[in-house]
Design a protein around this ligand. Structure first.
Ligand SMILES: [Zn+2]
Ligand SMILES: [Zn+2]
Length: 176
């Protein structure tokens, strides 16, 4: 098993030293619920992380799915969002830090463990859209009473649009 007791995200890659290029190992991850600081909560993280020995380090490939909850930016309702946490990162055995920086590769930690938590967090965040809309048809909130227009018809919508359209029409007329 490739994890330390106190941190379930630590991936043991010490076995990889001296292994033939292309040797690989899978580790399964299943977490019913997780909280990534400061503000990302996810459920049902499932999938696997594959370690593949390369010429001068290891490739860590993750293929996981999870679910999170987002707040719709239009109607403010909370809705579930499926996450694909998918990544491939190279880690190199000891080299000069300059060279590592240049290649944008990560250096293998000397203790032989890679902390996957920042990777899970980073790639989960990448799969969250900038605009969270619960559905393309989301009608948003009523600008008059704040009611959720997906759930109720408060009757304000029509009144609100008409005067604005009238103003716009007036402006267009004035321009001519
Ligand atoms: Zn919405
Ligand atoms: Zn209303």
């Amino acid at each position: 098993m490739a994890t330390k007791k106190n941190n379930p995200f630590l991936l043991d890659i010490s076995w990889a030293a001296g292994q033939a290029q292309g040797t690989s190992r899978d580790v399964e991850f299943n977490f019913p619920s997780l909280h990534f600081e400061p503000d990302l909560a996810i459920r049902d993280l499932n999938g696997k992380v594959t370690t593949i020995v390369s010429e001068d380090g290891v490739m860590i490939r993750g293929r996981l799915t999870a679910e999170t909850e987002l707040e719709c930016t239009r109607c403010l309702d909370v809705f579930p969002h499926q996450l694909e946490i998918s990544f491939a990162e190279m880690y190199v055995f000891s080299r000069s830090q300059d060279e590592v920086n240049e290649l944008e590769e990560r250096r293998l930690p000397p203790d032989g463990y890679i902390d996957l938590e920042p990777l899970f967090r980073e790639y989960a965040l990448l799969d969250i859209p900038i605009k969270h809309i619960c559905s393309p048809e989301c009608k948003g909130l009523c600008p008059v009473c704040g009611g959720n227009l997906n759930k109720e018809d408060c009757g304000h919508r029509q009144e609100k649009i008409d005067p604005r359209m009238a103003v716009l029409k007036q402006l267009l007329d004035d321009e001519e």
